[in-house]
Ligand binder design. Structure first.
Ligand code: S3P
Ligand code: PEP
Length: 406
């Protein structure tokens, strides 16, 4: 499905309910499978969460998780310690290019049996479930925090729990803290200090009801929309000030880009304010919030502001090479972008080319990050249904703000 977004001069103020965080949901789904007395509210309606639910119910030998990174990583650990079960875990063409060796090697240290079906280090993998032989593991922490969360999520089901030693600079730290917080919410004790994580075993469980906060990465697109609007506001539910999600840093980051956030009654209201004239170039290290890099780069482009984003070393192994994709698409629109292995530099600009077709590279965030530019020019979004990976209602929600989605 290709979409046309006609240029609109402004949006309508409105209130939107955003689906539950896919990161929180996919962690809780694994925990619920281990401890069925857990109840989850505000479950994400994303494809990635539906795929996780289906995989956990499946009794088939082959489990296909398509594009869902968290499902791939979390289920690798989950099936590896399911004694006696044989599973072939596979995914989309892109998933077969996203590395998994660090996690597989860590699970092998525990005595798990995992082999590669095609290319060494990448899915698909064959897992023969085993009871782990030790309670200590170490792994590189600079490539993806999802490997670490995967181990944390199964740790309490092991007889002696698990000590996880993190090597090197730890990336995407808030996602590790989110995992620990959710473990604690369901009654699992653990700690994360000086690059060592300890998770205690849990045998007896009491009923627990956990409410998933709505998805902050999805909220980022509305920050961008308000930043590019004239004196407008959007209210989003259900959010809290003390979030487990690192992408809640948006509230702070977008203050510089002219958006004020107020927290009230379980909601946030984003209101347009002025962008400081002193802001020549927005400089940010996004190693804690990789998923909002595309949104921020495109907002800056829409505002004509320069930005220098660093800490982006994980972007090359996500749904697409997001650094390359951003460069190509922003340059089609007339921007000037320099990328390295871990950074993106956007020059300030004065105009935006109109009627450009944005390619989305099977990446939901490419479609959603570029959509707010309709407040500047008419644009086309190719394969617009990619948004369902995290936010199936995205285009409908844009219509509620008066976007002309054709
Ligand atoms: O644990 C999670 O839920 C996630 C961790 C991050 O991945 P990396 O740790 O690979 O950066 C993030 O990009 C992804 O969308 C979700
Ligand atoms: C990177 C993402 O997801 P995953 O790694 O879970 O596929 C994302 O949602 O931006």
């Amino acid at each position: 499905m290709n979409l046309k977004l006609n240029h609109i001069p402004n949006i309508k103020d409105n209130v939107l309910q955003i689906t539950g965080s896919k990161s929180e949901t996919n962690r809780l789904l694994i925990l619920q499978s281990l401890y069925p007395k857990i109840e989850i509210e505000n479950v994400s309606n994303s494809d990635d969460s539906a795929l996780m639910q289906a995989a956990l119910k499946s009794t088939n030998e082959v489990v296909d998780i398509h594009h869902a990174g968290t499902a791939m990583r979390f289920l690798t650990a989950y099936f590896a310690v399911k004694n006696g079960r044989e599973t072939i875990l596979t995914g989309s063409k892109r998933m077969q290019e996203r590395p998994i060796k660090i996690l597989v090697d860590a699970l092998r240290q525990l005595g798990c049996e995992i082999s590669y079906e095609k290319e060494e280090g990448y899915p698909p993998i064959k897992i023969i479930g085993k009871n782990p032989e030790t309670n200590k593991v170490s792994l590189a922490a600079n490539v993806s925090s999802q490997y670490i969360s995967a181990l944390m999520l199964i740790a309490s089901s092991l007889p002696e729990g698990l000590e996880i030693v993190l090597e090197g600079k730890v990336t995407s730290v808030p996602y590790i803290k989110m995992t620990l917080s959710l473990l604690k919410d369901v009654g699992i004790q653990g700690s994360f200090e000086n690059n060592v994580i300890n998770i205690h075993p849990l045998k007896i469980t009491l009923p627990k009801r956990v409410v998933v906060e709505s998805d902050w990465s999805s909220a980022s697109y509305f920050y961008s929309i308000v930043a590019l609007s004239n004196n407008k506001s959007v209210t989003l539910g259900s959010y809290k000030q003390n979030s487990y999600q690192g992408d809640s840093a948006l509230a702070e980051i977008y203050r510089e880009l002219g958006v004020e956030t107020t927290f009230h009654d379980n909601q946030i209201t984003l209101t347009k304010s002025s962008v400081s004239n002193d802001l020549d170039q927005l400089e940010l290290d996004l190693s804690n919030s990789p998923d909002i890099a595309q949104t921020i780069a495109v907002t800056c482009f829409g505002l004509g502001k320069a930005c220098y984003l660093t800490g982006l070393h994980t972007l090359k192994i996500k749904e697409t090479d997001r650094l390359e994709a951003l460069k190509v698409e922003i340059e089609k629109l007339g921007g000037e972008v320099l990328i390295t292995e871990n950074s993106l530099k956007l020059a300030s600009s004065k105009s935006i080319n109109s009627d450009i077709s944005i390619d989305t590279y099977h990446d939901h965030r490419m479609a959603m990050a570029f959509a707010p530019l309709a407040l500047r020019e008419t644009l086309l979004i190719n394969d617009a249904d990619v948004v369902s990976k995290s936010y199936p209602d995205f285009w409908n929600d844009l219509k509620k703000l008066d976007f002309k989605v054709l």
